[in-house]
Design a protein around this ligand. Structure first.
Ligand code: SAH
Length: 216
């Protein structure tokens, strides 16, 4: 291992302790954060910042989410190994790698072809080649592959994306930050009940890039 990697590994360990101090409790999730090399999902030249608890710019004017946000959303999903999970907003591929590390079967949609291609390379170079990537509009979900145990949205829709929610299994969970682009967004957890209806709970305010309609 070269000295730079050694340094990054130490920083990654501290990031995990930071997440623990900020309230992330699930040991399996903390372990996944200790294993996924976030610096490999950043733009070239940004690697040294990878283990700060901050969002960073990636291509196409998008962002790799803040580690705490990734951990918080993942915790709300109540993942079980083997869960079939749909992620909206592949971005860098980092969140998808965390889900894969936790044993989920991951489907992820991105509306920028360039980001999808980079994420595909990031994922396969780091051993997460089971992640299934799709170029498309997340508002529509993936009807051909539905239903899903879990749905995770990592961009913010201005209103509840109903077509997407209907692709959730009964007993399933969707985590979606809902709100307009001008203010912070509310983190909602939707549970699909056995009779097909939904219950929802709210989990604080976050900031995401907007979930836009259509492919680019
Ligand atoms: N999960 C990502 C976060 C990326 S930011 C990561 O871990 O890096 C959110 C992403 O959602 C952006 O890449 C943006 O292009 C994408 N996005 C926005 N609207 C979308 C839509 N309708 N369908 C699919 N992806 C969308």
């Amino acid at each position: 291992m070269d000295s730079e990697n050694y340094l990054l590994k130490g920083q990654r360990k501290r990031m995990v302790e930071d997440l623990r101090e900020k309230g992330i409790k699930d040991e399996a999730i903390l372990r996944a954060f200790s294993l996924v090399p976030r610096h490999k999902f950043m733009l070239k030249g940004f690697e040294q910042w990878a283990y700060r608890d901050q969002a960073f710019q990636i291509d196409c004017n998008q962002t790799i989410s803040q580690p705490y946000t990734v951990a918080f959303q993942t915790e709300l999903l109540e993942l079980k190994p083997g869960d079939k999970v749909l992620e909206i907003g592949t971005g860098s591929g980092y969140q998808a790698a965390i889900l894969a590390e936790l044993g989920a079967e991951v489907y992820t949609i991105e509306r920028f072809k360039q980001l999808m291609d980079t994420a595909a390379a990031n994922l396969s170079e780091n051993g997460y080649d089971s992640v299934k990537l799709f170029y498309g509009d997340g508002w529509k979900g993936l009807p051909k592959h539905a239903p899903f145990d879990k749905i995770l949205v990592t961009a913010s829709p201005g209103e509840i994306p109903e077509e997407l929610l209907l692709q959730l299994k009964r007993g399933g969970i969707a985590v979606i930050p809902v709100g307009g682009p001008d203010k912070a967004q509310k983190m909602f957890k939707f549970k699909r009940n056995q009779d097909g209806t939904f219950s929802r709970s709210s989990h604080g305010l976050f900031r995401f890039v907007p979930m836009l309609k259509g492919k680019t």
